[in-house]
Ligand binder design. Structure first.
Ligand SMILES: CC(C)(COP(=O)(O)OP(=O)(O)OC[C@H]1O[C@@H](n2cnc3c(N)ncnc32)[C@H](O)[C@@H]1OP(=O)(O)O)[C@@H](O)C(=O)NCCC(=O)NCCS
Length: 176
C-alpha cells in the first residue's frame, strides 16, 4: 500500500494541478464570453474575474472594462448615452459595491420624474480598490491607485493615491 501511494501520489497531484489550471483558464474565457456576448459590454479586457451576484442593471453597451479586473458581486448601472462606466486595468471591487452613473430629475414629478433620467460618466482609474458596500455616484472619477473605504458613498472626485472614507467620502490618508 505504502509503495502504491508513493508511486501514484505525485502523478495524481500533477493531474490535479493541470485540471485546476485548465478550469481557471476556462473560467476566464467563459467570463469574457459572458460579459461580451451575453451581457453586451462594449469593451472587455483580458483576465477578468466575475463572481456570483455580479450584475449590470442598464447600459452594458456603455461599459468599458480593462485588463486584470476583479468584478466580484458589483452592480453596474450605466446609461444609454453619456452615462458611461469606465473601469481601468487592475481595478478591483470588494463585496456589494454599486457604481451608478444615472439618476432622475427631481424637479419633475410622477411619470415625468420616472422617465427623466440624468446621467454622467464614471471613471475608475488604474489600480483603484473599491471597498465593500461602497457606492460611487454619477460623474465621479476615482483616481489611480486610490482606495474607497468600506461603506463609503462617493459624491466627489477622488485624487490619485489617496484613501477616502465615510458618507460622504472624505480624504483620510495619502498613500505614500
Ligand atoms: C480603507 C481601509 C483600507 C483603511 O484602513 P487603515 O489604513 O487601516 O485605516 P485606519 O484604521 O488607520 O483609519 C484611519 C481613519 O479612517 C477611518 N476609517 C477607516 N475605514 C473607514 C470606513 N470604512 N468608513 C469610515 N471611516 C473609516 C478610521 O475610523 C480612522 O479615523 P480616525 O483617524 O478619526 O480615527 C479600511 O478601513 C477599509 O475600508 N477596508 C476595506 C475592507 C474590505 O472591503 N474588504 C473586503 C475584502 S477584499
Amino acid at each position: 500500500m505504502k509503495k502504491f501511494i508513493k508511486k501514484n501520489l505525485p502523478p495524481i497531484f500533477m493531474l490535479l494541478k493541470i485540471t485546476n489550471k485548465f478550469f481557471r483558464k476556462f473560467k476566464i474565457i467563459a467570463n469574457y464570453l459572458f460579459l461580451k456576448y451575453i451581457l453586451g459590454v462594449k469593451s472587455v479586457g483580458k483576465n477578468i474575474n466575475v463572481s456570483k451576484g455580479f450584475k449590470i442593471f442598464n447600459g452594458a453597451h456603455n461599459i468599458i472594462i480593462g485588463n486584470n479586473v476583479f468584478l466580484t458581486d458589483v452592480l453596474l448601472n450605466a446609461d444609454d448615452n453619456h452615462g458611461t462606466i469606465t473601469i481601468e486595468d487592475f481595478v478591483f471591487f470588494s463585496h456589494k459595491v454599486m457604481v451608478i452613473a444615472r439618476g432622475h430629475d427631481y424637479s419633475k414629478i410622477d411619470k415625468e420624474r420616472q422617465e427623466a433620467v440624468v446621467e454622467a460618466p464614471i471613471l475608475i482609474k488604474k489600480g483603484a480598490w473599491i471597498g465593500s458596500g461602497a457606492i460611487i455616484l454619477s460623474g465621479i472619477t476615482i483616481g489611480k491607485n486610490a482606495v474607497v473605504a468600506a461603506g463609503s458613498i462617493v459624491t466627489k472626485n477622488v485624487e490619485d493615491n489617496t484613501i477616502v472614507a465615510g458618507i460622504p467620502a472624505k480624504l483620510i490618508k495619502n498613500i505614500e
